[in-house]
Design a protein around this ligand. Structure first.
Ligand code: ADP
Ligand code: MG
Length: 316
C-alpha cells in the first residue's frame, strides 16, 4: 500500500459541506452569509497525550472529539477538518479501525474530512478543525465580568481518575473503573450546549487541562479573578472512594473531561436551568467572577484552600 492508496482507502469520505474535498492540492469550502470561520488545531502525540497501544477505533473517535470540543467552546457549528498523520508504518488493521472510529464521530457531528498530510514518523495525529459561527456571537474567553457566575457542565474528575488508575497511583474498584475510562477514552463534545450558550454566557472554554488552569485562562483574558467553591464542584459520587487529596486533584486539576466552563450574569440563572433540561446536561454553578486576578478555591466555611496543581502545562 503506497501513500496515495492509503489516503484514498482510509481517508477519502463524502464531503457534503465542502465544494471540493480530498484529492486536489487544496480543499474548497464556502461560508454561509453572515457567518465567521472558527479555526482550531490540536495535536496528539503517542506517549504524551495517549498511551502507546491505545485501541485505534477509540483513538480515532477521541482525537476528533477533542477538536470538536474546541468548536463547542466557541459556540460554533463544526463543519470541516484536516487530518495530518505521522505513522510509524502503514498498518492496515490499525488504519481501518482508526479511520472507522474517526468517521463514526465525524458522521455523528456532521463534519467533513477535507484534506490532510500523511508521512512516516512517530505516531502523531494533528487535526485542524473549522466551523461556522454567526458573526459577532462566538463565545470568547475575554468577555466575563466581575459578578458573573462561573458554571461547569457535567461532573468533573472522572477522566483524571482513570489516568491515575493507569499510572498506578490509585486502584479504582471494578464498579467505578468503566465509568472513569469512558470519560477518558470517549469524551462527548458539548457542541449543542455551546451553540445554546451564545447570548447567555459572557465567556466560555472547554476544560482540557483542569478546572483551575482553565478558569485561570478566563480570568487572564477577561482581566478579573475567580472564586471557586470546592463543595459546589460536581464529580461522580463514585469517586468518593479516592483519598481526599487525590479526589481534589482529580476534580480541580484533572484534564480530559472536555466539559465546558463558562461565565454568565446572575440574571441568566433561570435560563440556565431551562438549558440544562433541554440539553439533558447537568449545569452547575461552581463560583463567581470577582474584581482582581487569579483563582481562589474556597473550602466549606469560606477559608482559602492552598492549591498546588494548577492544571496541565507541557513545558512546566
Ligand atoms: P500534496 O503533495 O499536494 O501535499 P498530498 O500528496 O500530501 O498532496 O495529499 C494528496 C491529497 O490527499 C490532498 O488532497 C491531501 O489533502 C489529502 N490527504 C493527505 N493525507 C491525508 C489524510 N491523512 N487525511 C485526509 N486527506 C489527506
Ligand atoms: Mg502533502
Amino acid at each position: 500500500m503506497n501513500e496515495f492508496q492509503l489516503i484514498s482507502r482510509y481517508f477519502e469520505w463524502p464531503t457534503p459541506h465542502a465544494d471540493l474535498g480530498v484529492g486536489d492540492d487544496a480543499a474548497l469550502m464556502s461560508l454561509q452569509p453572515g457567518m465567521q470561520l472558527a479555526v482550531s488545531a490540536d495535536m496528539l502525540v503517542e506517549g504524551r497525550h495517549f498511551f502507546a497501544g491505545t485501541d485505534p477505533y477509540a483513538l480515532g473517535r477521541k482525537v476528533l472529539a477533542v477538536n470538536l470540543s474546541d468548536m463547542a467552546a466557541m459556540g460554533a457549528i463544526p463543519r470541516w477538518f484536516t487530518l495530518s498523520l505521522a505513522l510509524p508504518a502503514a498498518d492496515a488493521a490499525w488504519l481501518a479501525a482508526f479511520s472507522a472510529g474517526m468517521r463514526a464521530m465525524a458522521q455523528q457531528y456532521g463534519v467533513d474530512l477535507v484534506g490532510g498530510d500523511t508521512t512516516r514518523g512517530p505516531l502523531t495525529i494533528a487535526i485542524q478543525i473549522m466551523g461556522e459561527v454567526e458573526s459577532g456571537t462566538a463565545l470568547l474567553r475575554s468577555a466575563a465580568n466581575p459578578g458573573d457566575d462561573l458554571w461547569v457542565s457535567g461532573p468533573l474528575g472522572g477522566a483524571a481518575a482513570a489516568v491515575m488508575h493507569r499510572q498506578g497511583r490509585v486502584s479504582l474498584p471494578g464498579a467505578v473503573l468503566p465509568l472513569c475510562e469512558s470519560r477518558l477514552d470517549d469524551p462527548e463534545p458539548r457542541v449543542t450546549l455551546g451553540r445554546n450558550l451564545r447570548g447567555l454566557a459572557t465567556a466560555a472554554l472547554d476544560i482540557s487541562d483542569g478546572l483551575l488552569g482553565d478558569a485561570a485562562h478566563i480570568c487572564e483574558r477577561s482581566g478579573c479573578g475567580v472564586e471557586i467553591d470546592l463543595a459546589l464542584v460536581p464529580y461522580p459520587t463514585e469517586l468518593d472512594c479516592l483519598p481526599t487529596a487525590l479526589l481534589q486533584e482529580a476534580i480541580l486539576s484533572g484534564g480530559d473531561d472536555y466539559e465546558l466552563c463558562f461565565a454568565a450574569p446572575l440574571e441568566k440563572r433561570a435560563e440556565m436551568a431551562v438549558l440544562a433540561q433541554t440539553t439533558g446536561l447537568p449545569l452547575t454553578r461552581v463560583g463567581r467572577l470577582v474584581a482582581g486576578a487569579g483563582v481562589r478555591v474556597l473550602a466549606p466555611g469560606g477559608t482559602s484552600l492552598a492549591v498546588t496543581h494548577a492544571g496541565f502545562d507541557h513545558f512546566a
